[in-house]
Design a protein around this ligand. Structure first.
Ligand SMILES: [Zn+2]
Length: 166
């Protein structure tokens, strides 16, 4: 049998507990943190390199007119179950958003997060609860052109989750 220590054990293993991302509207599971994850505080998006089949890529190609991603175009992403807008998959990007191209960028405020083993329906996304903050930071460093305050963003997510659950 498997002799690895139980997941519940506190210490470092807590940080490695995977997070499941769900549609905020209908709780359909749309991805998890086993995917390569990065985040962009300016765009308020979490980017995964893979998602579940419950994420539908809309056919239309949208050209962005926002300052942050001006000149980019993307296919909107929708929840297969409830049809909510979930995010976008960039097809053409400016250089500083190159890392997002052809990946699944999900709007933070459209996501609900559940941390496996946390015993809560909604895991608090505090810096202590998110799995391997260090890993996320490594990913963010790769987005060198983008200045990201991970803790600030996490607090923002946490605040949103509190708002949503109140
Ligand atoms: Zn949904």
């Amino acid at each position: 049998m498997d002799s690895s220590p139980p997941l519940r054990e506190k210490k470092d293993s807590f940080h490695d507990l995977p997070i499941v991302f769900q549609c905020e509207n209908c709780r359909t599971i749309i991805g998890d943190s086993f995917a390569s994850v990065s985040s962009n505080s300016t765009l308020k998006m979490v980017t995964l390199d893979r998602v579940t089949k419950k994420v539908r890529i809309r056919d239309k190609l949208v050209s962005s007119s926002h300052t942050t991603d001006l000149g980019s175009s993307y296919n909107p992403l929708a929840c297969e179950t409830c049809n909510s807008d979930l995010g976008r998959i960039y097809r053409t990007t400016t250089i500083h958003l190159d890392e997002l191209r052809d990946k699944f960028s999900l709007y933070v405020d459209r996501l609900s997060c559940y941390q496996i083993g946390s015993e809560e329906q909604k895991a608090s996304l505090s810096s202590a609860a998110i799995p391997s903050v260090h890993y996320l930071q490594q990913q963010i460093i790769k987005l060198q052109a983008v200045s990201v305050s991970l803790n600030g963003r996490l607090m923002e997510i946490e605040d949103r989750l509190k708002e949503d659950s109140s």
